[in-house]
Design a protein around this ligand. Structure first.
Ligand SMILES: Cc1cc2nc3c(=O)[nH]c(=O)nc-3n(C[C@H](O)[C@H](O)[C@H](O)COP(=O)(O)OP(=O)(O)OC[C@H]3O[C@@H](n4cnc5c(N)ncnc54)[C@H](O)[C@@H]3O)c2cc1C
Length: 502
């Protein structure tokens, strides 16, 4: 008879631990499988991570969360994309929006039509055909509306800026209501079966041993189970993503609440600016080979746009992932599995991927290696696809400091090389199954970094550009009309989800 897993133990209660607990409590409801989460108040959580991508909506929908309630509880604002400032030299700017540019015509990509018109002197940037970007730049917000295919609002997409620690707390309430048992304590020993090497339990300091059949390592950068106990080695990507330090600090709001993240290039890294309802989160990601902590701190504090709250906190990190994400009877989710710096706000997405891929391959007690191997393959692909977009930002920069020259001269991953070659030649894409970033993201980032295709799709360039220009004018008019009528971001927040603490 097929034996089932009976006792699942999650070690770690950061966003990764509670997202895992919440999702498993949902799919395991009405079963006799026990879910226990162990976390240590003494160790605490990493406590950064405020920007998300639209994928987060799917996760919340799957859990059945009420959006306005969640936003209120997590101090959330809406996020429509990321503005990249100074990446091609001081004064340069471009926007990586959620959502799409224009509308594909006769099955051919919109950006090809735009390139065609541009080659004939068309003065408008492609972002002027992206409704999400237009709305964002006016500090407005509107919900997508899918009822009429092709209508402007059907092209909108959004995510949130929120307090990830509050998000974890919110999900803790959700998971505990569905039977997850929380144990407070510090794990001091991981017990393993001598014959198989499988984990059998975690021993708490001055406390009991929590036994289980399957374990999730959500212990953050420590990677207590996967790395320290099971000795899964690290795959280092520092040669592609050389930043290794973050300084994080909050400040008071100054000016309107922008519905987008801002990422500003600095001498040896970049600075984020993320508005939640109560404060603005700021951080300076930098490379310690090119800048020391004092310089990095001064630069961060100098770049704040409101009064600082507290003092900057230093976080050391390495970029890469564990060689395997699932080893024996243990899956690592979150920072214990790997880390890609937050330039595209993808960490919570990778957590979500880890959880949903595990659910799709949920094993029985035999833990068939085929499930594990498939999981590891897919998670590696997920990490690699995100990595490529991040590396592109560094590699295609147009700045002149030693750090940025170093990035321009690095040998990039083969997959990114192929992506760049295809786009530079003819604005085409390399796409993998299940890829996170839509073509619109690659278009925005490539063009934003001045990677302009050498040729235009002949199926488009053979069409009369004047006629296309007229279509583009109508599109711009419709999108601007929509944006004119949209409420401001702050109005929507006030009416929909104002937090009492804000
Ligand atoms: C600088 C920076 C900026 C970031 N920005 C973003 C962003 O904008 N968007 C985004 O999506 N993500 C971002 N992230 C990532 C995000 O912070 C994490 O992915 C997320 O918070 C999940 O962290 P975690 O739960 O894996 O680890 P942690 O929050 O570190 O949680 C680890 C848990 O394990 C427990 N633990 C550890 N050791 C033990 C032990 N021995 N016994 C018991 N319990 C133990 C701890 O107590 C804690 O509960 C950022 C990360 C960094 C470093």
């Amino acid at each position: 008879m097929q034996e089932r897993l009976k006792r699942i133990v999650i070690v770690g209660g950061g966003a990764a631990g509670w997202m895992t607990a919440a999702a498993l409590s949902k799919v395991l409801q009405s079963t006799d499988v026990s879910l226990t989460l162990v976390e240590s108040d003494e160790i605490g959580i990493v406590g950064v991570g405020e920007a998300t991508i639209p994928d987060m909506l799917q996760f919340n929908l799957f859990l059945g969360l009420v959006e306005a309630d969640l936003m209120r509880a997590t101090q959330a604002t809406f996020k429509l994309g990321i503005e990249f400032v100074d990446w091609s030299g001081d004064g340069s700017r471009f926007f990586h929006p959620f959502g799409f540019h224009g509308i594909d015509i006769d099955g051919l990509d919109f950006h090809q039509y735009w390139l065609h018109c541009r080659a004939h002197g068309h003065p408008h940037w492609i972002g002027e055909y992206c409704l999400t970007e237009i709305v964002a730049k006016r500090n407005k917000f509107a919900f997508p509306d899918m009822r009429v295919a092709g209508a402007p609002a059907s092209f909108l997409r959004y995510a949130y800026h929120f307090d990830a620690a509050l998000y974890g707390r919110y999900l803790r309430g959700y998971a505990e209501q569905r039977g997850v048992r929380r144990v407070e304590g510090k794990v001091c020993n991981v017990l393993r079966a001598p014959e198989t090497g499988h984990i059998t339990g975690v021993q708490l300091q001055n406390g009991p041993t929590i036994s289980g059949d399957f374990f999730f390592d959500c212990t953050g950068f420590r990677s207590l189970l996967l790395h320290q106990a099971l000795e899964v080695p690290w795959v280092d990507w520092r040669h592609w993503l050389p930043c290794d330090r973050a300084l994080a600090v909050a400040c008071r709001h100054a000016g309107p609440l922008l519905p987008y993240t801002r990422s500003t290039a600095r001498t040896a890294g970049w600075q984020w600016r993320i508005p939640t309802q109560q404060r603005t989160g700021n951080g300076h990601i930098y490379c310690s080979d090119f800048m020391n902590e004092d310089e990095a701190t001064a630069m961060l504090l100098d770049g704040l746009d409101g009064e600082v709250i507290g003092s900057p906190r230093l976080i050391r990190f390495a970029t890469g992932h564990r060689r395997t994400f699932w080893e024996k009877n243990c899956v690592a989710i979150g920072l214990s599995a790997g880390f890609l710096e937050p330039l595209e706000s993808t960490s919570l997405y990778l957590i979500r991927q880890g959880i949903s891929r595990f659910i799709a391959l949920f094993p029985d007690a035999s833990i068939a290696p085929v499930m594990r191997d498939e999981y590891n393959l897919w998670m590696q692909k997920d990490f690699e696809q995100v990595r490529d977009l991040l590396v592109l930002h560094y590699y295609a920069n147009g700045r002149d400091e030693p750090f940025w020259r170093h990035c321009r001269n690095m040998v990039i991953p083969d997959t990114l090389k192929r992506r760049l070659a295809l786009f530079s030649e003819g604005g085409r894409f390399l796409r993998f199954e299940g890829e996170l970033f839509p073509n619109a993201s690659w278009v925005a980032v490539m063009l934003g970094h001045n990677v302009i295709p050498r040729t235009i799709d002949p199926l488009v360039s053979s069409r009369p550009h004047a006629e296309i220009g007229q279509k583009l004018a109508l599109l711009r008019q419709a999108m601007n009309g929509f944006a004119d009528a949209a409420p401001t971001h702050e109005e929507v927040l006030r009416q929909y989800c104002a937090s009492s603490a804000a």
